[in-house]
Design a protein around this ligand. Structure first.
Ligand code: ADP
Ligand code: CIR
Length: 362
């Protein structure tokens, strides 16, 4: 696309947001002023990526129900379009403008032993999971990866998994080699991602599908690496019970092994970089699938408690899915401004509080 075409698309996208004012409440709409539009419309990140503002905002332009509406097309986008990204990041992560410039603390896994089994009697928690996102330094994010770079990411991750040890030893499967029936089974077992998020689709996440996509997993399916989904790597540790401590320990071990062979993109102010601004900082989402039949009947109270405890509630099919049979996905809402340990601990404390509330209703 020529610069003129980019300009036209950007202006049309912006106009569609303004024209649909009553339906649009995204952070993109809130912080993209006419002045910023003018200033950024023809600016790009460095060649050969050449990401425009449009590349970052296209998903929000098209999907008027977006909460955020923007992805970074590469690491540099966060700096080149900083006057747009920074307020969005601050608002989403609840960081005041007068707080220090450095939003994210250094990586700190803390005292792993303080994270525990949250449901030893297996009454409420069906499974626990922690995931972090990583992107390889020097390569663009999903919106701008070339077909060749998708394969480069895959090759690098595959090579980096070869030194895995003990329970982390596993196999890498490239998506093109997994038939669709098996893929569906793997999605149901929560060990594989699927293509189908409309926001990501518009942002360019599924270009050249299934090239370069794949999953590494151990036989127990407790340690996984998703390759070239929303981020180059999603590193995931899981358990079919409430043993968050075990999950946390395994995640840290796995990441540290990968770090011996891969260098991940970090930002001096935002910490670990992810394509979606909601994942910046620690990039960490710790979750449990939990059944709280009594509490979940009182939706208002549940929502209020989640808010108070900085928890997010999702359906168990993943983001943007609905809650079924009183089973939900509870996770830390915040990713940035806290250490890894603080966030896992906050999920632990929050889940304990919810279980206590459920027990009081029994
Ligand atoms: P994210 O990668 O941001 O965590 P999703 O909410 O889309 O994204 O979840 C991705 C997948 O992980 C889905 O299949 C979801 O069901 C699964 N998942 C998330 N949390 C858990 C959990 N605690 N136990 C089992 N599966 C989980
Ligand atoms: C949006 O803007 O709504 C989508 N791009 C998804 C953003 C990430 N998820 C979230 O806020 N929970």
């Amino acid at each position: 696309k020529s610069p003129e075409e980019y300009q036209e698309l950007t202006m049309a996208g912006y106009k569609s947001l303004i024209d649909d004012e009553e339906n649009v409440s995204s952070l993109l709409r809130k912080y993209l002023t006419p002045e910023l539009l003018e200033e950024y419309m023809l600016v790009t990140t460095s060649s050969p990526v050449d990401a425009y503002l449009y590349d970052c905002a296209v998903s929000g332009f098209e999907h008027h129900d977006s909460a955020v509406g923007i992805y970074a097309a590469d690491a540099e986008s966060y700096d080149v379009f900083t006057k747009l990204f920074e307020p969005i990041i601050r608002e989403y992560h609840g960081q005041e403008e007068n707080e220090s410039d450095v939003l994210q603390k250094d990586i700190d896994w803390g005292n792993v032993d303080e994270i525990e089994n949250l449901d030893a009697e297996r009454k409420y928690i069906l499974s626990a999971r922690i995931r972090i996102a990583r992107n390889i330094e020097g390569l663009p994010f999903f919106a701008k990866l070339t077909e060749k770079q998708l394969i480069e990411v895959e090759d690098k991750v595959r090579a980096a998994t070869e030194t895995m040890d003990g329970e982390l030893i596993g196999t890498y499967l490239t998506l093109g080699d997994i038939d669709s029936e098996t893929q569906q089974e793997m999605v149901k077992r929560h060990i594989l991602f699927q293509r189908g998020d409309p926001y990501l689709q518009t942002a360019g996440c599924y270009r050249f599908w299934p090239t370069g996509r794949g999953v590494y997993h151990n036989p127990a399916e407790t340690f996984l690496i998703w390759v070239n989904e929303e981020d180059h790597l999603r590193i995931i540790s899981m358990a079919q019970c409430g043993d968050l401590g075990d999950v946390y320990q395994r995640l840290v071990t796995g990441l540290q092994e990968l770090e011996k062979n891969l260098t991940f993109a970090r930002h001096p102010s935002y910490g670990n970089l992810s394509a979606c601004p909601t994942n910046l900082g620690t990039t960490l989402r710790a979750s449990v699938h939990i059944r709280l039949p009594l509490l979940s009947k009182d939706e208002e109270r549940l929502k209020a408690m989640a808010e108070e405890l900085s928890l997010q509630i999702r359906g168990t099919g993943g983001e943007h899915t609905s809650i079924e049979d009183g089973v939900m996905d509870i996770s830390n809402k915040r990713r940035l401004g806290f250490t890894e340990f603080e966030l896992v601990k906050s999920l632990q404390d929050g889940v304990v509080a919810l279980i206590n509330a459920e027990e009081e209703l029994e």
